[in-house]
Design a protein around this ligand. Structure first.
Ligand code: G6P
Length: 362
């Protein structure tokens, strides 16, 4: 109990300590000379792959998107357990980035070994110094989130996405897509991440608590977004599945019309993650209308100033920032939502059934 520092569960303690985890990760990043070496390797690589399992896969997908958007360099994200077909097309001028909180996940380790066997260089990002995956990699990078006890990953996701976004920006500078002013501006935004996370939590937590009450009886729901918001939607859906045992599916909002919308009937909950980006906001507004027209119970997690004109049933406002901070501003309310629904159902969010913090079997 002492370790919970007054919080009823580790998960909520870890959600609230995200700003601290981000501060120490930023501190580590700016003082780590090995980052430049990693960025050079990535810039020179023929193909860049990135992999992870569960939440770490979502961080991997986030990196692929930020890197393609900023640096123009294609990145191939894949789920660790699916490594075989990807390793098949990898060669000695390629790089694999392995993302794992624990640095022990067997699926991710298998991917690392398969890529090494093809002559690829490995960059790892783990939260545990000298973890098994870190030891097997050519360059070992570390988030500094501190120990994460809750089975559902929270603070490690935010520190992973911050760390990887930092690399995307440096890579875009290396590839000449961003000039030094743009780089400085974006890195400054990332340095502000701890403050944005604090704001996101304080702006959203009351609305989220009220919403959680409404979701207690729910059996199934959708999490929709586009572009950079998509890995965040996937993370929101994973959280509510893992700890609140609600079936949740995340997919690109534009895909609704190709099948999933068939399930939407009055009061079916649909959570929209709307990144701070005028073009995406406009597109997502169209998707929100689509869901509203079928009577869906629409929840939007969107930046201040996103004009919904009462099209959503519940509006969760988060700070308006550069889109690169979407994971940092939009994930906390989704974590809190899963936490409150779970605890309102009398479940223990720290120890969900059938799940382990670290899975060391294939
Ligand atoms: C387990 C946990 C997940 C986690 C995944 C990957 O399945 O329950 O929360 O995201 O492993 O773990 P890793 O340590 O590799 O990030």
């Amino acid at each position: 109990d002492a370790e919970k520092e007054g919080y009823p569960f580790f998960m909520i303690k870890e959600i609230y300590e995200q700003p601290r985890a981000l501060r120490s990760t930023i501190h580590g990043l700016v003082n780590d000379v090995i980052i430049d070496e990693a960025v050079k390797l990535l810039a020179d690589a023929d193909k860049v792959f990135i992999t992870g399992a569960g939440t770490s896969y979502h961080a991997s997908e986030y990196f692929a998107l930020t890197t393609m958007k900023l640096s123009g360099k294609p990145v191939i994200p894949f789920i660790a357990s699916e490594y075989e077909v990807y390793a098949e097309v990898a060669g000695s001028s390629d790089i694999l980035i392995a993302v794992s909180q624990s640095g022990e996940t067997m699926d991710t380790m298998k991917a690392v070994r398969a890529f090494k066997a093809k002559g690829c260089r490995i960059i790892s990002l783990t939260n545990i110094v000298d973890s098994a995956i870190a030891r097997e990699s050519d360059i070992a990078l570390y988030t500094r989130a501190g120990p994460e006890i809750g089975v559902a990953a929270t603070k490690t996701f935010l520190t992973q996405t911050l760390f990887l976004s930092w690399i995307s920006i440096l890579l875009a500078s290396e590839t000449g897509r961003l000039n030094s002013n743009e780089v400085a501006k974006l890195l400054e935004e990332l340095r502000n991440a701890p403050r944005y996370v604090e704001e996101s939590v304080s702006m959203s937590s009351e609305t989220v608590k009220k919403l959680a009450e409404k979701l207690v009886p729910v059996k199934s729901m959708y999490y929709l977004s586009r572009d950079i918001g998509l890995p965040v939607a996937r993370e929101g859906a994973l959280k509510i599945k893992e700890i609140a045992y609600i079936h949740a599916e995340a997919y690109p909002a534009g895909e609704s019309k190709h099948g999933p919308i068939a399930l939407v009937e009055p009061s079916f909950p649909v959570v929209f993650t709307v990144p701070s980006d005028r073009k995406l906001e406009k597109l997502l507004l169209g998707n929100i209308e689509e869901m509203k027209a079928r009577g869906g119970f629409v929840i939007s997690v969107a930046p201040q100033g996103f004009n919904l004109n009462e099209r959503a049933d519940i509006v969760i406002e988060v700070p308006r920032t550069h889109w690169i901070l979407t994971s940092l501003t939009h994930t906390p309310p989704l974590q809190l939502l899963a936490y409150y629904v779970a605890t309102m159902k009398g479940l223990d969010p720290d120890k969900p059934r059938n799940l382990a913090k670290t899975v060391t079997v294939e």
